[in-house]
Design a protein around this ligand. Structure first.
Ligand code: AMP
Length: 434
Protein backbone atom coordinates (compact mmCIF):
# COMPACT_ATOMS: atom_id res chain seq x y z
CA UNK A 1 0.00 0.00 0.00
CA UNK A 2 1.22 3.45 -0.82
CA UNK A 3 0.97 6.46 1.45
CA UNK A 4 -0.55 8.40 -1.44
CA UNK A 5 -4.29 8.77 -1.62
CA UNK A 6 -6.59 10.17 -4.30
CA UNK A 7 -7.44 13.80 -3.54
CA UNK A 8 -10.52 14.34 -1.36
CA UNK A 9 -13.65 14.37 -3.51
CA UNK A 10 -12.07 12.47 -6.42
CA UNK A 11 -12.48 8.81 -7.30
CA UNK A 12 -10.68 6.15 -9.31
CA UNK A 13 -12.75 4.21 -11.81
CA UNK A 14 -11.56 0.62 -12.12
CA UNK A 15 -12.06 -1.74 -15.10
CA UNK A 16 -15.23 -3.36 -13.68
CA UNK A 17 -16.86 0.06 -13.41
CA UNK A 18 -15.45 1.23 -16.73
CA UNK A 19 -17.56 -1.46 -18.38
CA UNK A 20 -20.69 0.14 -16.86
CA UNK A 21 -19.51 3.62 -17.87
CA UNK A 22 -18.87 2.49 -21.44
CA UNK A 23 -22.24 0.82 -21.60
CA UNK A 24 -24.01 3.99 -20.45
CA UNK A 25 -21.90 6.17 -22.73
CA UNK A 26 -22.73 3.85 -25.63
CA UNK A 27 -26.46 4.27 -25.00
CA UNK A 28 -26.03 8.06 -24.74
CA UNK A 29 -24.10 8.27 -28.03
CA UNK A 30 -26.72 6.13 -29.74
CA UNK A 31 -29.79 7.95 -28.42
CA UNK A 32 -28.53 11.50 -28.99
CA UNK A 33 -27.50 10.44 -32.49
CA UNK A 34 -31.16 9.67 -33.19
CA UNK A 35 -31.92 13.32 -32.45
CA UNK A 36 -29.08 14.65 -34.62
CA UNK A 37 -26.83 15.88 -31.81
CA UNK A 38 -23.07 15.94 -32.44
CA UNK A 39 -20.31 15.68 -29.89
CA UNK A 40 -18.21 18.66 -28.82
CA UNK A 41 -15.09 18.60 -26.65
CA UNK A 42 -13.87 21.82 -25.12
CA UNK A 43 -10.79 22.48 -22.94
CA UNK A 44 -10.84 21.43 -19.30
CA UNK A 45 -9.95 24.96 -18.23
CA UNK A 46 -11.13 28.35 -19.40
CA UNK A 47 -10.43 31.91 -18.37
CA UNK A 48 -12.07 32.53 -15.00
CA UNK A 49 -14.01 35.57 -16.16
CA UNK A 50 -15.94 33.39 -18.64
CA UNK A 51 -17.56 31.59 -15.71
CA UNK A 52 -17.94 34.73 -13.60
CA UNK A 53 -19.74 36.38 -16.46
CA UNK A 54 -21.93 33.48 -17.52
CA UNK A 55 -22.80 31.63 -14.33
CA UNK A 56 -23.09 34.81 -12.28
CA UNK A 57 -21.18 36.09 -9.30
CA UNK A 58 -24.05 35.48 -6.86
CA UNK A 59 -24.02 31.72 -7.38
CA UNK A 60 -22.31 29.23 -5.08
CA UNK A 61 -20.27 27.95 -8.01
CA UNK A 62 -18.60 31.27 -8.73
CA UNK A 63 -18.70 32.46 -5.13
CA UNK A 64 -16.86 29.55 -3.56
CA UNK A 65 -16.61 26.40 -5.64
CA UNK A 66 -14.20 27.16 -8.47
CA UNK A 67 -10.69 25.74 -8.72
CA UNK A 68 -8.87 28.76 -10.10
CA UNK A 69 -5.18 29.40 -10.62
CA UNK A 70 -2.78 31.59 -12.55
CA UNK A 71 -0.44 29.70 -14.90
CA UNK A 72 1.80 32.81 -14.99
CA UNK A 73 2.23 34.88 -11.81
CA UNK A 74 0.99 38.08 -13.47
CA UNK A 75 -1.23 36.34 -16.02
CA UNK A 76 -4.96 35.94 -16.33
CA UNK A 77 -6.67 33.57 -13.92
CA UNK A 78 -7.99 30.31 -15.35
CA UNK A 79 -10.52 27.89 -13.81
CA UNK A 80 -11.13 24.16 -14.12
CA UNK A 81 -14.57 24.07 -15.74
CA UNK A 82 -17.36 23.76 -13.15
CA UNK A 83 -19.98 23.23 -15.90
CA UNK A 84 -20.02 22.92 -19.67
CA UNK A 85 -22.56 25.39 -21.01
CA UNK A 86 -20.29 28.43 -20.76
CA UNK A 87 -17.41 26.68 -22.55
CA UNK A 88 -19.69 25.33 -25.29
CA UNK A 89 -21.20 28.76 -25.89
CA UNK A 90 -17.72 30.34 -25.87
CA UNK A 91 -16.54 27.81 -28.46
CA UNK A 92 -19.68 28.34 -30.56
CA UNK A 93 -19.19 32.12 -30.60
CA UNK A 94 -15.42 31.93 -31.11
CA UNK A 95 -15.79 29.67 -34.16
CA UNK A 96 -18.72 31.75 -35.40
CA UNK A 97 -20.75 28.58 -35.90
CA UNK A 98 -23.91 30.66 -36.31
CA UNK A 99 -22.59 31.70 -39.74
CA UNK A 100 -22.33 28.03 -40.76
CA UNK A 101 -25.92 27.12 -39.96
CA UNK A 102 -28.62 28.68 -37.81
CA UNK A 103 -29.10 25.73 -35.46
CA UNK A 104 -26.45 23.59 -33.81
CA UNK A 105 -27.18 20.56 -31.67
CA UNK A 106 -24.19 19.70 -29.52
CA UNK A 107 -23.62 17.20 -26.72
CA UNK A 108 -20.79 16.20 -24.42
CA UNK A 109 -19.70 13.73 -21.79
CA UNK A 110 -17.16 15.61 -19.72
CA UNK A 111 -15.35 15.94 -16.40
CA UNK A 112 -16.16 18.93 -14.21
CA UNK A 113 -14.66 20.37 -11.05
CA UNK A 114 -16.37 22.04 -8.11
CA UNK A 115 -14.93 22.67 -4.67
CA UNK A 116 -17.99 21.32 -2.84
CA UNK A 117 -18.07 19.38 0.42
CA UNK A 118 -17.76 15.77 -0.75
CA UNK A 119 -20.54 13.34 0.24
CA UNK A 120 -22.44 10.48 -1.38
CA UNK A 121 -23.30 11.65 -4.91
CA UNK A 122 -21.26 14.83 -4.55
CA UNK A 123 -17.64 14.92 -5.68
CA UNK A 124 -15.09 17.56 -6.48
CA UNK A 125 -14.34 15.95 -9.83
CA UNK A 126 -17.43 14.50 -11.46
CA UNK A 127 -18.84 13.93 -14.94
CA UNK A 128 -21.89 15.14 -16.75
CA UNK A 129 -23.46 14.22 -20.00
CA UNK A 130 -25.36 17.10 -21.46
CA UNK A 131 -26.69 18.67 -24.61
CA UNK A 132 -27.01 22.22 -25.88
CA UNK A 133 -29.34 23.26 -28.69
CA UNK A 134 -27.99 26.59 -29.96
CA UNK A 135 -29.89 28.89 -32.32
CA UNK A 136 -33.42 27.91 -31.37
CA UNK A 137 -35.34 27.64 -28.10
CA UNK A 138 -38.91 27.39 -29.33
CA UNK A 139 -41.33 25.25 -27.32
CA UNK A 140 -40.68 22.44 -29.85
CA UNK A 141 -36.93 22.73 -29.23
CA UNK A 142 -37.39 22.70 -25.45
CA UNK A 143 -39.65 19.65 -25.69
CA UNK A 144 -37.19 17.88 -28.00
CA UNK A 145 -34.32 18.41 -25.59
CA UNK A 146 -36.34 17.17 -22.61
CA UNK A 147 -37.61 14.22 -24.63
CA UNK A 148 -34.05 13.27 -25.59
CA UNK A 149 -32.88 13.40 -21.97
CA UNK A 150 -35.81 11.25 -20.82
CA UNK A 151 -35.23 8.86 -23.72
CA UNK A 152 -31.69 8.21 -22.49
CA UNK A 153 -33.10 7.29 -19.06
CA UNK A 154 -35.75 5.08 -20.64
CA UNK A 155 -33.21 3.33 -22.86
CA UNK A 156 -31.08 2.62 -19.80
CA UNK A 157 -34.14 1.21 -18.01
CA UNK A 158 -33.98 3.75 -15.13
CA UNK A 159 -37.23 4.09 -13.22
CA UNK A 160 -38.41 6.17 -10.27
CA UNK A 161 -37.53 9.49 -11.90
CA UNK A 162 -39.60 12.63 -11.57
CA UNK A 163 -39.42 15.54 -14.00
CA UNK A 164 -40.08 18.89 -12.32
CA UNK A 165 -40.67 21.84 -14.58
CA UNK A 166 -41.32 25.55 -14.22
CA UNK A 167 -41.10 28.75 -16.18
CA UNK A 168 -38.96 31.65 -15.04
CA UNK A 169 -40.55 34.04 -17.53
CA UNK A 170 -38.45 36.62 -19.31
CA UNK A 171 -35.93 39.02 -17.83
CA UNK A 172 -38.46 41.77 -16.96
CA UNK A 173 -40.85 39.29 -15.34
CA UNK A 174 -38.03 38.13 -13.12
CA UNK A 175 -36.95 41.66 -12.16
CA UNK A 176 -40.50 42.47 -11.02
CA UNK A 177 -40.81 39.18 -9.21
CA UNK A 178 -37.42 39.54 -7.53
CA UNK A 179 -38.52 42.85 -6.03
CA UNK A 180 -41.86 41.43 -4.86
CA UNK A 181 -40.12 38.42 -3.31
CA UNK A 182 -37.57 40.61 -1.55
CA UNK A 183 -40.33 42.87 -0.22
CA UNK A 184 -42.15 39.79 1.14
CA UNK A 185 -39.05 38.19 2.66
CA UNK A 186 -37.47 41.26 4.24
CA UNK A 187 -39.89 41.42 7.21
CA UNK A 188 -39.19 37.69 7.75
CA UNK A 189 -35.43 38.05 7.53
CA UNK A 190 -35.06 37.09 11.21
CA UNK A 191 -36.38 33.61 10.29
CA UNK A 192 -33.86 33.09 7.48
CA UNK A 193 -30.60 31.19 7.90
CA UNK A 194 -27.17 32.68 7.06
CA UNK A 195 -26.96 31.66 3.39
CA UNK A 196 -30.56 32.75 2.72
CA UNK A 197 -30.00 36.14 4.37
CA UNK A 198 -27.01 36.65 2.05
CA UNK A 199 -29.15 35.68 -0.95
CA UNK A 200 -31.90 38.10 0.08
CA UNK A 201 -29.71 40.98 -1.08
CA UNK A 202 -28.01 39.44 -4.09
CA UNK A 203 -30.36 36.85 -5.55
CA UNK A 204 -33.55 36.22 -3.53
CA UNK A 205 -34.87 33.70 -6.09
CA UNK A 206 -32.23 31.28 -4.87
CA UNK A 207 -33.93 31.22 -1.45
CA UNK A 208 -36.75 29.26 -3.10
CA UNK A 209 -34.20 26.45 -3.61
CA UNK A 210 -33.59 26.13 0.13
CA UNK A 211 -33.95 22.67 1.66
CA UNK A 212 -34.27 24.13 5.20
CA UNK A 213 -37.82 23.27 6.44
CA UNK A 214 -38.15 26.55 8.43
CA UNK A 215 -37.41 28.55 5.32
CA UNK A 216 -39.68 26.38 3.23
CA UNK A 217 -42.56 27.30 5.53
CA UNK A 218 -41.77 31.02 5.10
CA UNK A 219 -41.66 30.52 1.34
CA UNK A 220 -44.99 28.70 1.27
CA UNK A 221 -46.90 32.02 1.44
CA UNK A 222 -44.47 34.01 -0.72
CA UNK A 223 -45.69 35.59 -3.97
CA UNK A 224 -45.56 33.13 -6.88
CA UNK A 225 -43.47 33.77 -9.98
CA UNK A 226 -46.33 32.49 -12.08
CA UNK A 227 -48.41 35.57 -11.16
CA UNK A 228 -45.73 37.87 -12.59
CA UNK A 229 -45.46 36.26 -16.01
CA UNK A 230 -46.39 38.20 -19.11
CA UNK A 231 -49.03 36.50 -21.28
CA UNK A 232 -46.62 35.42 -24.00
CA UNK A 233 -44.29 33.73 -21.48
CA UNK A 234 -47.30 31.88 -20.09
CA UNK A 235 -48.42 30.85 -23.57
CA UNK A 236 -44.94 29.56 -24.45
CA UNK A 237 -44.81 27.48 -21.28
CA UNK A 238 -48.26 26.03 -21.98
CA UNK A 239 -47.02 25.10 -25.44
CA UNK A 240 -44.01 23.26 -23.98
CA UNK A 241 -46.33 21.33 -21.64
CA UNK A 242 -48.61 20.48 -24.53
CA UNK A 243 -45.71 18.97 -26.48
CA UNK A 244 -44.62 16.99 -23.42
CA UNK A 245 -48.18 15.67 -23.07
CA UNK A 246 -48.13 14.68 -26.72
CA UNK A 247 -44.90 12.75 -26.15
CA UNK A 248 -46.44 11.13 -23.04
CA UNK A 249 -43.71 12.56 -20.83
CA UNK A 250 -44.91 12.89 -17.26
CA UNK A 251 -43.98 16.01 -15.31
CA UNK A 252 -44.83 17.93 -12.17
CA UNK A 253 -45.09 21.72 -12.36
CA UNK A 254 -43.04 23.08 -9.48
CA UNK A 255 -43.41 26.84 -8.93
CA UNK A 256 -40.40 26.82 -6.60
CA UNK A 257 -37.97 25.43 -9.16
CA UNK A 258 -35.63 28.27 -10.12
CA UNK A 259 -32.28 26.51 -10.82
CA UNK A 260 -29.12 27.93 -9.34
CA UNK A 261 -27.55 29.56 -12.38
CA UNK A 262 -28.26 33.13 -13.41
CA UNK A 263 -28.53 32.60 -17.15
CA UNK A 264 -31.73 30.56 -17.24
CA UNK A 265 -34.97 32.07 -18.56
CA UNK A 266 -38.41 30.71 -19.42
CA UNK A 267 -38.56 26.91 -19.08
CA UNK A 268 -36.37 25.35 -16.40
CA UNK A 269 -36.49 21.69 -15.44
CA UNK A 270 -34.92 19.17 -13.15
CA UNK A 271 -35.04 15.40 -12.86
CA UNK A 272 -34.91 13.87 -9.40
CA UNK A 273 -34.47 10.24 -8.50
CA UNK A 274 -36.02 8.50 -5.51
CA UNK A 275 -32.81 6.42 -5.22
CA UNK A 276 -30.40 9.24 -4.45
CA UNK A 277 -31.07 10.40 -0.89
CA UNK A 278 -30.10 14.00 -0.05
CA UNK A 279 -28.44 14.66 -3.42
CA UNK A 280 -31.53 13.61 -5.35
CA UNK A 281 -31.09 15.75 -8.49
CA UNK A 282 -29.87 13.61 -11.35
CA UNK A 283 -30.00 16.33 -13.98
CA UNK A 284 -31.51 19.58 -15.01
CA UNK A 285 -31.54 22.30 -17.58
CA UNK A 286 -33.55 24.94 -19.32
CA UNK A 287 -33.51 27.86 -21.69
CA UNK A 288 -30.69 30.38 -21.62
CA UNK A 289 -31.37 32.87 -24.40
CA UNK A 290 -29.42 35.67 -22.70
CA UNK A 291 -26.08 33.89 -22.37
CA UNK A 292 -24.69 34.62 -25.85
CA UNK A 293 -25.14 38.38 -25.46
CA UNK A 294 -23.71 38.19 -21.96
CA UNK A 295 -20.57 36.75 -23.58
CA UNK A 296 -20.37 39.54 -26.15
CA UNK A 297 -22.45 38.22 -29.06
CA UNK A 298 -23.90 41.01 -31.21
CA UNK A 299 -26.92 38.89 -32.06
CA UNK A 300 -29.35 36.87 -29.98
CA UNK A 301 -28.62 33.15 -29.82
CA UNK A 302 -31.65 31.43 -28.32
CA UNK A 303 -30.57 28.26 -26.55
CA UNK A 304 -31.77 25.36 -24.45
CA UNK A 305 -29.87 22.51 -22.83
CA UNK A 306 -29.48 20.14 -19.91
CA UNK A 307 -26.83 18.31 -17.93
CA UNK A 308 -27.09 14.96 -16.17
CA UNK A 309 -24.66 13.80 -13.50
CA UNK A 310 -23.05 10.55 -14.66
CA UNK A 311 -22.05 9.38 -11.17
CA UNK A 312 -25.58 9.87 -9.86
CA UNK A 313 -26.98 8.08 -12.89
CA UNK A 314 -24.66 5.18 -12.11
CA UNK A 315 -25.69 5.16 -8.44
CA UNK A 316 -29.38 5.09 -9.40
CA UNK A 317 -28.81 2.29 -11.93
CA UNK A 318 -26.76 0.27 -9.49
CA UNK A 319 -29.49 0.52 -6.84
CA UNK A 320 -32.01 -0.70 -9.39
CA UNK A 321 -29.82 -3.66 -10.34
CA UNK A 322 -29.45 -2.41 -13.89
CA UNK A 323 -25.69 -2.89 -14.01
CA UNK A 324 -25.50 -6.39 -12.59
CA UNK A 325 -25.20 -8.07 -15.95
CA UNK A 326 -22.70 -5.53 -17.33
CA UNK A 327 -19.42 -7.37 -16.82
CA UNK A 328 -16.09 -6.84 -18.57
CA UNK A 329 -15.79 -9.26 -21.48
CA UNK A 330 -13.44 -12.17 -20.74
CA UNK A 331 -11.05 -13.59 -23.34
CA UNK A 332 -12.60 -15.75 -26.02
CA UNK A 333 -9.55 -18.03 -25.97
CA UNK A 334 -7.01 -18.68 -23.23
CA UNK A 335 -3.86 -20.39 -24.47
CA UNK A 336 -2.57 -23.08 -22.13
CA UNK A 337 1.10 -23.72 -22.58
CA UNK A 338 2.03 -27.28 -21.62
CA UNK A 339 5.74 -27.00 -22.06
CA UNK A 340 7.77 -23.82 -21.56
CA UNK A 341 10.11 -24.61 -24.49
CA UNK A 342 7.15 -24.17 -26.84
CA UNK A 343 6.49 -20.60 -25.75
CA UNK A 344 7.36 -19.25 -29.19
CA UNK A 345 4.59 -21.40 -30.75
CA UNK A 346 2.07 -20.23 -28.17
CA UNK A 347 3.01 -16.61 -28.83
CA UNK A 348 2.57 -17.01 -32.57
CA UNK A 349 -0.83 -18.75 -32.10
CA UNK A 350 -1.81 -15.87 -29.82
CA UNK A 351 -0.76 -13.28 -32.45
CA UNK A 352 -2.69 -15.08 -35.19
CA UNK A 353 -5.88 -15.23 -33.13
CA UNK A 354 -5.66 -11.59 -32.06
CA UNK A 355 -4.97 -10.42 -35.59
CA UNK A 356 -8.12 -12.26 -36.61
CA UNK A 357 -10.12 -10.20 -34.13
CA UNK A 358 -10.40 -12.87 -31.43
CA UNK A 359 -9.83 -11.78 -27.82
CA UNK A 360 -6.97 -14.02 -26.70
CA UNK A 361 -4.97 -14.26 -23.48
CA UNK A 362 -1.96 -16.29 -22.45
CA UNK A 363 0.21 -16.57 -19.39
CA UNK A 364 3.24 -14.25 -19.35
CA UNK A 365 4.62 -15.29 -15.97
CA UNK A 366 5.71 -18.89 -16.63
CA UNK A 367 2.99 -20.38 -14.39
CA UNK A 368 2.18 -24.11 -14.14
CA UNK A 369 -0.52 -25.62 -16.36
CA UNK A 370 -2.84 -25.91 -13.39
CA UNK A 371 -2.36 -22.24 -12.57
CA UNK A 372 -2.98 -21.32 -16.22
CA UNK A 373 -6.27 -23.28 -16.20
CA UNK A 374 -7.28 -21.55 -12.98
CA UNK A 375 -6.54 -18.18 -14.58
CA UNK A 376 -8.53 -19.08 -17.71
CA UNK A 377 -11.54 -19.84 -15.52
CA UNK A 378 -11.04 -16.75 -13.34
CA UNK A 379 -11.10 -14.60 -16.47
CA UNK A 380 -14.22 -16.43 -17.73
CA UNK A 381 -12.53 -17.48 -20.97
CA UNK A 382 -14.84 -19.28 -23.37
CA UNK A 383 -12.22 -21.68 -24.76
CA UNK A 384 -8.82 -23.10 -23.86
CA UNK A 385 -6.29 -23.79 -26.60
CA UNK A 386 -3.64 -26.30 -25.56
CA UNK A 387 -0.13 -25.94 -26.94
CA UNK A 388 2.05 -29.03 -26.27
CA UNK A 389 4.81 -30.91 -28.12
CA UNK A 390 2.49 -33.28 -29.98
CA UNK A 391 0.17 -30.39 -30.94
CA UNK A 392 3.06 -28.38 -32.34
CA UNK A 393 4.25 -31.47 -34.23
CA UNK A 394 0.87 -32.16 -35.79
CA UNK A 395 -0.22 -28.50 -35.99
CA UNK A 396 -3.58 -29.47 -34.51
CA UNK A 397 -4.36 -28.15 -31.05
CA UNK A 398 -6.67 -29.27 -28.31
CA UNK A 399 -9.49 -26.72 -28.35
CA UNK A 400 -11.75 -27.02 -25.35
CA UNK A 401 -15.07 -25.32 -24.81
CA UNK A 402 -14.85 -24.32 -21.15
CA UNK A 403 -18.62 -24.04 -20.82
CA UNK A 404 -19.51 -27.52 -22.15
CA UNK A 405 -16.08 -29.19 -21.66
CA UNK A 406 -16.36 -30.53 -25.24
CA UNK A 407 -12.98 -30.81 -26.96
CA UNK A 408 -11.84 -30.89 -30.61
CA UNK A 409 -8.48 -31.03 -32.29
CA UNK A 410 -8.19 -28.20 -34.78
CA UNK A 411 -5.58 -26.26 -36.72
CA UNK A 412 -5.29 -22.56 -35.85
CA UNK A 413 -6.97 -21.77 -39.15
CA UNK A 414 -9.94 -23.97 -38.18
CA UNK A 415 -10.13 -22.35 -34.74
CA UNK A 416 -10.27 -18.92 -36.39
CA UNK A 417 -12.91 -20.05 -38.88
CA UNK A 418 -15.05 -21.52 -36.11
CA UNK A 419 -14.85 -18.43 -33.90
CA UNK A 420 -15.05 -15.82 -36.64
CA UNK A 421 -18.74 -16.49 -37.19
CA UNK A 422 -19.57 -16.23 -33.49
CA UNK A 423 -17.18 -13.44 -32.41
CA UNK A 424 -18.58 -9.97 -32.16
CA UNK A 425 -15.94 -7.27 -32.57
CA UNK A 426 -17.12 -5.14 -29.69
CA UNK A 427 -15.54 -4.32 -26.35
CA UNK A 428 -18.72 -3.83 -24.38
CA UNK A 429 -21.42 -6.43 -23.94
CA UNK A 430 -24.92 -5.57 -25.01
CA UNK A 431 -26.83 -4.27 -22.06
CA UNK A 432 -30.09 -5.75 -23.14
CA UNK A 433 -32.08 -2.80 -21.81
CA UNK A 434 -32.55 -0.80 -24.94
P1 AMP B 1 -25.90 21.46 -12.31
O1 AMP B 1 -24.88 21.73 -13.37
O2 AMP B 1 -25.50 21.98 -10.95
O3 AMP B 1 -27.30 21.78 -12.69
O4 AMP B 1 -25.88 19.88 -12.11
C1 AMP B 1 -26.44 18.98 -13.03
C2 AMP B 1 -26.25 17.60 -12.49
O5 AMP B 1 -24.86 17.33 -12.32
C3 AMP B 1 -26.83 17.40 -11.10
O6 AMP B 1 -28.19 17.09 -11.18
C4 AMP B 1 -26.02 16.24 -10.58
O7 AMP B 1 -26.52 15.03 -11.08
C5 AMP B 1 -24.66 16.50 -11.17
N1 AMP B 1 -23.76 17.17 -10.22
C6 AMP B 1 -23.68 18.48 -9.94
N2 AMP B 1 -22.72 18.72 -9.03
C7 AMP B 1 -22.19 17.52 -8.72
C8 AMP B 1 -21.13 17.09 -7.85
N3 AMP B 1 -20.43 17.94 -7.12
N4 AMP B 1 -20.84 15.76 -7.80
C9 AMP B 1 -21.54 14.88 -8.55
N5 AMP B 1 -22.53 15.23 -9.40
C10 AMP B 1 -22.84 16.52 -9.49
Amino acid sequence: MSEYRAVKGTKDIFPDEITSWKYIEGVIHRVVGLYGFQEIRTPVFEYTDLFQRSIGSTTDIVGKEMFSFRPEPDGRSVTLRPEMTAGVMRAFLQANLASVSPVHKLYYIAELFRKERPQAGRQRQFSQFGAEMLGVSSPEAVAEVIDMMMQVFTSLGVSGLRLRINTLGDFDDRVRYREALRAYLEPHSGLLDGPSRERLEKNPLRILDSKNPDIQSVIADAPKLHDFLNPSAKAEFDQVLLYLDQKSIEYVIDPLLVRGLDYYCHTAFEVVSSELGAQDAIGGGGRYDGLARELGSKSDIPAVGFAVGMERLLIAMEKQGLLRHIVPPGPKVYIILQNKELKIHALSACDLLRRSGIRTEMDLCGRSMKAQMREANRQHADYALFVGSSEVGSQTFGFKNLRTSGQDFLSIREVIARLASSTKHVDVPDGGHD
